[in-house]
Design a binder for this molecule. Structure first.
Ligand SMILES: [Zn+2]
Length: 211
């Protein structure tokens, strides 16, 4: 009866061994240790202890050893940066937090590999484009089921949490969700429009096809 947890896109995020992913982070999910040593990555210190959430869950991109460009979805063979012929690409965990760059209501049923039952009416889901400042990129993802577009606004801080894209009789398909960080007053509400912000998408935007 036990269903296997499988990432809907292998290698795009750290895999969680336990937890349903459908619940708010309890902070009790034990890391599997594979992320040890990434302490050099986050570095801003603002994440420590200020909220629940599985701290070890991260999206995985790659960084070019020649020019430093970061790619997500991961690029494992050739750097795509203009003018760079780097082939030394190293896996790097992406920032756990970002700000909402844009969002929309997913009122259509996504194509495969999205797992959904065509017999069941499609439930709209909020899709969020999140700007990661350190990586200077925008990463798409769903919001958790209990977060509608009404709860989102441009500039709001969100964090990465494990999610479930769908389930069938044998498999629980795991993914990532962007969840608003519950810190009242911390939002950057004075940003009027993500398109004016610094760090425009640099061509590494991705993931939308597989939502
Ligand atoms: Zn490069």
């Amino acid at each position: 009866m036990a269903r296997t947890r499988k990432p809907v896109v292998p290698g795009w995020f750290t895999e969680t061994e336990a937890g349903t992913g459908t619940e708010a982070g309890t902070g009790t999910e034990a890391g599997d240790g594979t992320e040890a040593g990434d302490g050099t990555e986050a570095g801003d210190g603002t994440e420590a202890g200020d909220g629940p959430g599985p701290a070890d869950f991260r999206l995985l991109g790659t960084r070019c050893g020649a020019c430093g460009a970061v790619f997500f979805p991961r690029e494992d063979f050739f750097c795509r940066a203009p003018g760079c012929d780097g082939t030394d690409l190293t896996e790097v965990p992406l920032s756990r937090r970002g700000t909402v760059w844009s969002y929309t209501d997913g009122r259509y049923r996504p194509p495969p590999p999205y797992v959904s039952d065509p017999e069941v009416p499609w439930q709209p889901r909020a899709l969020v484009a999140v700007e990661l400042a350190a990586e200077r990129m925008v990463v798409l993802g769903q919001a958790p089921p209990d977060v509608s577009v009404a709860a989102l606004r441009v500039g709001m801080e969100v964090e990465l949490v494990p999610g479930v894209l769908g389930e069938d009789t044998e498999t629980v398909w795991t993914t990532w969700w962007w969840r608003p960080v519950e810190t009242d007053g911390a939002g950057e509400t004075d940003r009027t429009d993500g398109t004016d912000g610094a760090g425009r998408p640099n061509g590494t935007t991705g993931g939308g096809r597989d939502l």
